[in-house]
Write a protein that binds this ligand. Structure first.
Ligand SMILES: O=C(O)CCC(=O)C(=O)O
Length: 190
């Protein structure tokens, strides 16, 4: 697998899942219940994350991750720098025009490695170095995995601008429905 290093501690793995796996993962999510608690629809697995309080409390345990996530979780553990089996996953659905604001994933809630799998449609992710204000951008293609650890996880914010299209190498790329799955490990008591 060819890995692309964008920032130190950010690894981008194109084609982490096949097109068939992509369809199966989205079908499994669509068979579940999307929540409209955010501007975009979300589903939480493993542990419920409280966006307002920015916490994962002991009573937020939802159960083990479902079996249909096992192949991806096993590969995160054995084939990538994620290096362990995740116990939490949040699926986000972005319709054209939707995004996620600049943030650093909750530091006391989640362990160092964060892995986000992109499905169905591409979008640009923007990174901003918190101390210097330096900016970077990365196109997240469908079926690619982005792993953030260390400096990429803690020193840079990441964001998906809320847009209908992205401009890549001077070319306009309209967005379609995008689904992402972000895998994490909860730090108990965070
Ligand atoms: O949709 C993505 O790829 C990123 C999601 C994200 O940043 C998050 O869930 O905190």
């Amino acid at each position: 697998m060819n890995a692309i290093h964008l920032l130190s501690d950010a690894i981008y793995l194109p084609d982490f899942v096949t097109a068939k796996e992509e369809c199966e993962l989205v079908a499994a999510l669509d068979a579940g219940e999307w929540s409209a608690e955010m501007k975009r629809r979300v589903q939480h697995f493993g542990w419920r994350y409280d966006y307002r309080a920015r916490t994962v409390t002991a009573d937020a345990f939802l159960g083990a991750l479902p079996g249909w996530l096992s192949p991806v979780c096993a590969r995160l553990e054995s084939e990538t720098t994620f290096g362990r089996r995740p116990d939490q996953m949040i699926a986000n659905e972005y319709l054209p025009g939707q995004g996620i604001s600049a943030h650093v994933d909750c530091v006391p809630c989640f362990a160092d490695a964060i892995a986000s799998l992109s499905l169905l449609s591409a979008c640009e992710m923007r990174f901003r170095h918190r101390a210097s204000g330096e900016n970077r951008a990365l196109l997240l293609e469908p079926r690619a995995l982005l792993i953030l650890t260390g400096a990429a996880r803690y020193d840079w914010t990441h964001e998906i601008p809320a847009r209908m299209a992205d401009v890549v190498d001077g070319e306009k790329r309209s967005r379609a429905r995008r689904v992402s799955m972000t895998f994490r490990n909860v730090l108990r008591g965070g």
